[in-house]
Write a protein that binds this ligand. Structure first.
Ligand code: PLP
Length: 384
């Protein structure tokens, strides 16, 4: 693909951090800026026309997520959806929140802040369901387990988790952060056992700063924002109409193309991961590739610092990342790798290459040429 900053031709392999806006989303959003700009809560025809676009978007998101339109709450992105699920549930029901140790900080921090319990994962980065059962009781009011991890790409056994929650925590609502899963998995089916589901538009070809939380009928939740009472009182504030419409357009494209993209990108992903493992010594692939979402490659290089590697890769026109894009820097140890039992040395040499709908064969060629060279150079000269 082409990107304007840096070298003429780059391989953008950081789609888990964010994706380019798809054409369909851009086209759907355009009229909302200059023509359908009225506040959708208004009474006049322009307001009603904007509201209709939001209603249509709500129908599309509901279909894509296996929910009813009245169960969709539009939010300001994945972080807000996660916070609303955990903190909103705690505000309404009190008790104890629980989550896995590999959750995104948007879940982990609220859970820890509220004095919740954090459940261990195994060495492949999958939640330990026995440890989960042991952490649950009558006091637990919300359990948050993500559908796919943002660093490793590992898919979590959500149906099993739902069973455990149902039997061991009768008051608890299961929330799943499906932010990284949506481009790859049929979330409507995979998250059918969850009472709340978070997604974020910019991870699947939609705009930044907009997301959704599914809140199934009967789930009791308090809002984080108080005000005009939009979104069934759960998310006050004038709707980001363009963002919502753009997200729904992108979601429609994802659902339509998902099966084909998964096949195409899993093949490219396997070529990339296999190529690096076959040419570079001292590399560990985290987790179990057959249990990952299709676009994810996550490797740890012995004796390498991620920051230095990312720097050389950028020079060669390969844009990737080390851990989650939301950490303040590559030098922060990954809490996900720590939970999987990786020591700081190996975790410090992690590389996440995340493919997306625009990734091509030549992006993989570029990465396969650049990575062995960069690693060899760092090993020959040391990190300095
Ligand atoms: N949850 C996961 C799993 C993510 O990967 C991210 C973003 O990296 C978020 C939540 C936060 O989403 P947003 O950037 O829309 O706030």
């Amino acid at each position: 693909m082409n990107a304007s900053a840096g070298p003429d031709e780059v391989a953008y392999l950081d789609n888990a951090a964010s994706t380019p806006l798809c054409r369909e989303a851009a086209e759907a959003m355009a009229p909302l800026h200059r023509e359908l700009y009225a506040n959708p809560t208004g009474a006049h025809c322009l307001a009603r026309a904007t509201r209709r676009r939001i209603d249509d978007a709500r129908d599309l998101m509901a279909e894509a997520l296996g929910a009813e339109p009245g169960e969709i709450v539009f939010t300001g992105g994945g972080t807000e959806s996660d916070n609303l699920a955990v903190v909103g549930r705690y505000r309404r029901a009190g008790g104890v929140p629980v989550c896995s140790a590999i959750e995104h900080h948007a879940v982990l921090e609220p859970v820890e802040h509220l004095g919740g319990r954090v459940v261990a994962v195994d060495s492949t980065g999958v939640i330990d369901c026995e440890a989960l059962a042991a952490a649950l009781d009558e006091d637990v009011t919300v359990v948050s387990v993500m559908l796919a991890n943002n660093e490793t790409g590992m898919v979590q056994p959500l149906s099993r988790v739902a069973e455990v929650v149902r039997s061991a925590a009768p008051r608890a609502v299961l929330h799943t952060d499906a932010v990284q899963a949506f481009p790859w998995l049929d979330v409507a089916t995979a998250a059918a056992g969850a009472g709340m589901i978070s997604v974020s538009a910019h991870k699947f070809g939609g705009p930044k700063g907009v997301g959704a939380l599914v809140v199934r009928a009967g789930v009791e939740l308090s809002p984080l924002l108080l005000g005009g009472g939009q979104e069934w009182g759960l998310r006050s504030g004038t709707h980001n109409a363009a963002g919502i419409v753009g997200m729904a357009a992108a979601a429609e494209v994802v659902v339509k193309n998902r099966d084909d993209q998964v096949v195409r990108l899993a093949r490219l992903r396997d070529r990339l991961a296999g190529g690096v493992l076959g040419t570079v010594e001292g590399v560990v692939e985290t987790g179990d590739r057959s249990a990952k979402v299709a676009g994810s490659v996550h490797l740890c290089f012995e004796g390498i610092e991620s920051e230095a590697l990312l720097f050389l890769l950028e020079d060669a026109g390969v844009y990737a990342s080390a851990a989650s894009s939301c950490s303040s820097g590559a030098q922060d140890p990954s809490h996900v790798l720590a939970a999987m039992g990786y020591d700081r040395g190996l975790a410090g040499g992690s590389l996440r290459l995340s493919l997306g709908y625009e990734t091509t064969e030549s992006d993989i060629d570029r990465a396969l040429a650049a990575i062995p060279t960069a690693v060899a150079r760092l090993r020959a000269h040391g990190p300095g």
